[in-house]
Design a binder for this molecule. Structure first.
Ligand SMILES: [Fe+2]
Ligand SMILES: [Fe+2]
Length: 176
């Protein structure tokens, strides 16, 4: 655990992207699936609050959020989903989001155990619980709309995710 500000900066952008992605889903799918509007708007609000909290940890270290790095993990997962080309766009968006949340949850657990700063460890523990909840939210919405197809597709995307995680280099990132 060396580059704490670098990790926090990457994390800040992940929270921001999570909020943006939730809102973009509201805009894209809110008409065909009005039941997405309320939970995903709320989620965006919560991710924005996380973003602010990460910013405070950065400010406490006199560091900024930096420029957004390309997220290879998320990009590769979205691309893999598109290449399969077999599932409805809304299903894949929900499930890719679910997998990102699950991965973040695991990562925060590792960070909570590994970071020497007790305050930061507490922060990561709180986020871990939030990400587990977000995973369930996305998976639940996918199953509500797509039933058994959602479960099959999640298994398939999880396989693709495992291949991707295997190929990507390790760095000070939340998803990597
Ligand atoms: Fe978050
Ligand atoms: Fe989240």
């Amino acid at each position: 655990m060396t580059d704490v500000p670098g990790l926090l900066a990457d994390h800040a952008h992940c929270e921001l992207k999570a909020a943006q992605s939730a809102l973009s889903m509201v805009g894209r799918f809110g008409d065909e699936a009005p039941d997405l509007v309320e939970p995903l708007s709320k989620l965006a609000r919560e991710e924005t609050a996380h973003f602010r909290q990460v910013c405070e940890h950065l400010e406490a270290r006199s560091a900024g959020i930096g420029r957004p790095a390309k997220d290879d993990y998320v990009g590769a997962l979205r691309k893999a989903a598109r290449q399969d080309g077999e599932a409805p766009a809304m299903l894949d968006r929900l499930l890719v989001s679910a997998l990102i949340e699950a991965r973040s949850c695991e990562r925060f657990q590792v960070l909570a155990e590994g970071v020497p700063d007790a305050e930061l460890a507490d922060f990561y523990r709180g986020l871990m619980a939030a990400e587990a909840r977000h995973f369930s939210l996305f998976r639940g919405l996918a199953e509500k709309h797509f039933g058994a197809e959602a479960r099959r597709r999640l298994d398939r995307l999880a396989e693709r995710e495992a291949e991707i995680a295997h190929m990507l280099p390790l760095g000070p990132t939340v998803h990597g």
